[in-house]
Ligand binder design. Structure first.
Ligand SMILES: NC(=O)c1ccc[n+]([C@@H]2O[C@H](COP(=O)([O-])OP(=O)(O)OC[C@H]3O[C@@H](n4cnc5c(N)ncnc54)[C@H](OP(=O)(O)O)[C@@H]3O)[C@@H](O)[C@H]2O)c1
Length: 301
């Protein structure tokens, strides 16, 4: 398997080695919420490669050029619009990858589970969550923890998979500062980034299996300091910038410095951050040669 490349970039190449799903009804549809997002695109590609019928939920209409072999449902998890139709026919599994990137995830998850229960059929709900949400006092993490509770109490058969940060998110921490004279990092804080394709592989396995409750955490192969990851990102981009580690006060930073976001005993990912950076650089060079700028990548493309 090759490293997954970054978001807005083909982080979704379906893997040939993804075996056929086993335990669930092969004809039952997997509804992927957030199927247009970073993880969702990778997951949709893998489900299709495994021969699973897929329905993708998005707030937006299907792009006219998108001819991939899945159904597209338009719906909004915050308002509930479209959810009854999305869940109506043949859904055996829901892979819930949508996020509002904020506190809206609780209500979104409640709307999803409510609509799924009302539709009947008892689909297996697989929810993606984040390592350390019960330790690190971040508003988004509190919302994820509350959304997990909604899943647990939904009455649906469920599985929750927590993972560490995706490589692309860690890269963004540096790229987002490209206009600043120096790059700021968090002193004493480490990350354990994971390839989004490996997360998607795990979700394919979980979606094909029996409801497992809280699955063991999934972490990237290496734990590296924020400063080290920042320098690696800059090196890969051929940039020389001053890296300034900041030691910030507060409970959030203390918990991050204590490693609350890490899962050293579950460093099961194999694709390293350097693998990711090399693939990303090669991809950007290919695009530059082809005269392509960054664009929107179709799910699973
Ligand atoms: N990024 C990480 O490092 C990381 C690490 C561990 C776990 N996770 C978890 O993985 C999941 C996916 O993260 P991601 O980074 O792939 O997300 P993302 O790229 O930001 O994508 C978000 C997705 O959510 C959908 N969405 C947003 N609001 C919606 C709404 N109101 N109704 C329906 N769909 C909505 C969007 O679809 P449309 O715009 O097409 O509607 C989009 O496909 C999240 O639950 C996140 O907490 C992420």
């Amino acid at each position: 398997m090759s490293p997954t490349e970054p978001a807005n970039e083909p982080d979704t190449a379906p893997d040939a080695d993804t075996g056929p799903a086993s335990d669930t009804d092969a004809d039952a549809v997997t509804l992927v919420t957030g199927g247009t997002g970073t993880l969702g695109r990778a997951l949709v590609g893998r489900l299709l490669a495994a021969g699973r019928p897929v329905r993708l939920l998005s707030r937006h209409p299907r792009p006219a050029a998108d001819r991939r072999p899945y159904e597209w449902a338009v719906g909004d998890l915050r308002t509930g619009a479209g959810l009854d139709d999305a869940l109506f026919a043949g859904v055996g599994t829901i892979a819930h990858c949508a996020t509002t990137n904020g506190r809206g995830d609780v209500e979104a998850t409640r709307r999803l589970t409510g609509a799924a229960v009302a539709a009947g059929g008892d689909p297996h709900l697989v929810y993606i969550s984040i390592v350390g949400i019960d330790r690190v006092p971040l508003g988004y993490y509190r919302a994820k923890l509350a959304a997990e509770a909604v899943v647990e109490e939904s009455g649906l058969p469920w599985t929750v998979q927590r993972t560490t940060q995706f490589h692309s998110l860690v890269a963004r921490l540096t790229v987002a500062q490209k206009r600043l004279p120096a790059v700021l990092t968090l002193s004493g804080v480490s990350f354990q980034p994971i390839d989004v394709g490996e997360v998607a592989d795990r979700l394919v396995e979980l979606a094909a299996g029996q409801p497992a409750g809280h699955a063991p955490d999934l972490g990237g192969p290496q734990i590296r300091s924020a400063a080290d990851l920042t320098r690696a990102t800059l090196r890969a981009a051929g940039r020389r910038r001053l890296v300034v580690p900041l030691r910030l006060p507060g409970a959030l930073m203390a918990e991050l410095r204590a490693g609350g976001n890490l899962t050293p005993g579950r460093a099961d990912g194999r694709i390293t951050y350097d693998d990711y950076l090399a693939a990303r650089t090669a991809h950007l060079k290919r695009d530059a040669r082809a005269g392509r700028g960054p664009g929107i990548t179709a799910p699973g493309a």
